[in-house]
Write a protein that binds this ligand. Structure first.
Ligand SMILES: [Zn+2]
Length: 304
């Protein structure tokens, strides 16, 4: 297991991701794309499920001020991805980020008071900067769905690197696997161990919601997806359930990937994971991965 490349200020000239927190008590990651001769520095939050104060504190420890955050991009607006404090926090002189919200989530954003801020809806994709491109694939999650992102960052030397970010996925679809294929760094949820889920004291409706194809991915489903997406450089596991998973169990399911693996947690940020061009590895269609893989044909052949 890797803990990333340093805990404090991001000093490398490579773009980098730090998961500040991930889990049902709040999800937030920060993506820093350093300044180059051609392009300005960009700081982008992926989800904002921590309070503005806590987010500010964690960013401060990484040398980032609130007014340096350019964008907050939401996968969806559940309270663990969009903290209720944000509508009031965004104002001149403090947080000034543009909020990026999928069009399907805009009526919910209006009810939450988010439209008083600078808010840009997106559909299939958007470019928050000339060198950064977000490709979007929507997946099933509760009623309104969840946005997953393939983020391409163009570098000074005309090459590019890619980050995949996917959490709160009802199930793995062929569209998702194609969307995330061969990214350099993949951050994907690995929410629960089915045995622990079934043995837990949670009510039956909650277990059904989580495991029913519109909730979260199990460790094996996540490993199945990640093996097919074949990240070249680094794999980051997101949104582990505290009650129904453990870092060791999640790592065990993901033991066959040929890249570094970082497990994010609810209470401690990961180190900086640099987004560098990884070794180009063939996806599962042309490569035999060792060990038993999760098979759920009905889940991969049917898009939501
Ligand atoms: Zn969530």
């Amino acid at each position: 297991m890797s803990t990333g490349e340093g805990l404090g200020i991001h000093e490398s000239d490579a773009p980098a991701l730090c998961v500040l927190a991930s889990g049902s008590s709040g999800n937030c990651a920060v993506l820093v794309v350093p300044k180059t001769e051609k392009f300005a520095r960009r700081v982008i939050l992926l989800d904002a499920g921590l309070s503005p104060a806590r987010t500010g504190k964690l960013l401060h420890a990484r040398g980032i001020r609130p007014d340096e955050v350019d964008e907050i991009v939401f996968t969806h607006l559940d309270s663990d991805h969009c903290h209720s404090g944000w509508p009031r926090a965004i104002r001149p002189g403090s947080w000034r980020a543009t909020l990026r919200i999928h069009r399907m989530h805009m009526s919910r954003a209006e009810r939450m008071g988010l439209l008083y801020t600078r808010c840009e809806p997106f559909d299939e994709g958007f470019c928050p900067a000339p060198n950064i491109d977000f490709g979007v694939e929507m997946l099933a999650h509760d009623d309104l769905g969840v946005a997953t992102f393939r983020i391409r960052i163009d570098l000074e030397d005309s090459t590019s690197v890619t980050l995949g970010y996917a959490t709160d996925l009802g199930r793995v679809t062929a569209g998702l696997i194609e969307h995330m294929g061969s990214v350099d760094v993949l951050a994907i949820e690995s929410n629960y161990c089915p045995d622990m889920q079934l043995a837990s004291s949670r009510p039956a409706f909650l277990k059904k919601r989580i495991m029913g194809g519109a909730g979260h991915l199990s460790n094996d489903e996540s490993a199945y997806a990640a093996a097919r997406m074949a990240p070249g450089e680094h794999l980051v596991l997101l949104h582990l359930s505290r009650e129904c998973n453990s870092p060791e169990t999640a790592l065990h399911a993901h033991r066959h990937h040929g890249c570094a693996v970082t497990v994010s947690t609810q209470h401690e940020p990961t180190g900086w994971v640099c987004i560098r061009a990884g070794e180009s590895r063939p996806t599962i269609r042309t490569r035999q991965v060792q060990g038993r893989l999760f098979q759920r044909p009905e889940a991969t052949s049917t898009d939501p």
